[in-house]
Ligand binder design. Structure first.
Ligand SMILES: *Cc1c(COP(=O)(O)O)cnc(C)c1O
Ligand code: SF4
Length: 340
């Protein structure tokens, strides 16, 4: 937060960008803000070395003070356990490198291409499966739009473009509107999907300007947000999602099942109910991808199935997300069978 004073003076920068620039990046500052003390500070710093801490103030304010076990804190605080390696935990567990068809473009599933728009996020989720993704040579830089265009014209059955990353909404409005103009003018594309965590971790990103850009797109716009715990969905998040709903964006949520965060039926039930209040339907509940450093988030498969079965007995079908896992080389996300 050291540069907050400087940034705040520059009113030309939108407030969401100022908030992003002044996000927590230092372990000790975050711990002090949360009134937490440790004599293992060095271990926490070591854990942050390869994948630094990053948390917005807005998200940090939803973390309970003086509670090491807070489910939101656990998602963002580098943990010494991350340094434990395991032979089954890899740097590209979902096989993205193999499915990359042109820089920044991943075509893994029928009809849909995924565009890596940027490597930047507004938060660093410790369990992220892209934490080791080589973004610098794999982002869809504007200069690569031509090769994407060419790929689409050679693959006429692609009718949906998924903007992913990183987080596409960390791009500034100029870059985003250029991208949406390009997509909107392409009649081959019937749906534009945005995979983003920003409505959750930086709800101020949903500005009038962004809403105008999205409302002006010719195609249907779907936004798949990423919330893992009901405590994440505060009033600011509610308002951001309500404004997206008002311009007819279809809102879906994906969750990652995380040990010590949301691997209890009660938590997942509350999450689904709160999402529905926020005009958002649960879409996927992902089993953890086995990425280096994420071993301490792994619930057993048996536990996942038990929790999921319980959730199913308590909620209407439309509030039960699909329990899936991503397996490299498969033509779709793999649905988990409870009775295996
Ligand atoms: C998950 C994913 C998609 C989208 O899959 P849906 O089942 O349509 O949500 C597309 N491309 C890639 C590379 C993915 O990982
Ligand atoms: S916001 Fe998404 S891409 Fe970014 S670190 Fe979190 S899980 Fe990974």
């Amino acid at each position: 937060m050291a540069n907050m004073m400087n940034v705040a003076k520059n009113s030309a920068i939108p407030s969401w960008q100022q908030e992003l620039q002044s996000a927590f990046t230092d372990v000790n500052e975050l711990l002090a803000f949360l009134e937490l003390k440790t004599d293992r500070l060095d271990d926490y710093y070591n854990a942050a070395q390869d994948f630094p801490l990053l948390v917005t103030l807005s998200y940090a304010e939803r973390i309970k003070k003086a509670d090491w076990n807070d489910p939101l804190l656990r998602q963002v605080l580098p943990h010494p356990d991350e340094l434990t390696s395991h032979p089954q935990y890899l740097s590209d567990p979902v096989g993205d490198a193999n499915a990359s068809v042109s820089p920044g473009l991943i075509h893994k599933y029928h009809g849909r291409v995924l565009l890596i728009t940027t490597g930047a996020c507004a938060i660093h989720c410790r369990y992220c499966f892209r934490r080791e993704f080589p973004y610098s040579n794999n982002s869809a830089h504007p200069s690569k739009i031509d090769s994407i265009k060419e790929y689409l014209s050679k693959n006429p059955d692609v009718n949906e473009v998924i903007l992913s990353g990183g987080d596409p909404l960390t791009l500034n409005d100029t870059k985003l509107s250029r991208l949406f103009e390009f997509l909107s003018s392409n009649t081959q594309i019937e749906r534009i999907r945005i995979h983003t965590r920003l409505p959750i971790v930086l709800p101020s990103r949903i500005t009038d300007q962004l809403l105008n850009t999205l409302a002006s797109v010719n195609q249907k716009v779907i936004m798949v947000i990423h919330a893992n715990h009901p405590n994440e969905l505060n009033t600011d998040v509610y308002e951001a999602l309500a404004s997206l709903k008002d311009i007819n964006v279809t809102l879906l949520n994906q969750t990652v099942l995380l040990k010590g965060v949301n691997d209890h039926a009660d938590t997942l039930i509350k999450l689904s109910n709160r999402l529905f209040e926020c005009h958002t339907l649960p879409y996927y509940l992902h089993l953890l991808d086995k990425v280096n450093g994420a071993l301490h988030f792994d619930s057993t498969l048996q536990h996942a199935k038990k929790v999921y079965a319980l959730v199913q007995t308590k909620l209407p079908g439309y509030l039960v997300p699909k329990l899936v896992h991503e397996e490299a080389g498969e033509p779709n996300k793999t649905l988990l069978q409870l009775n295996l």
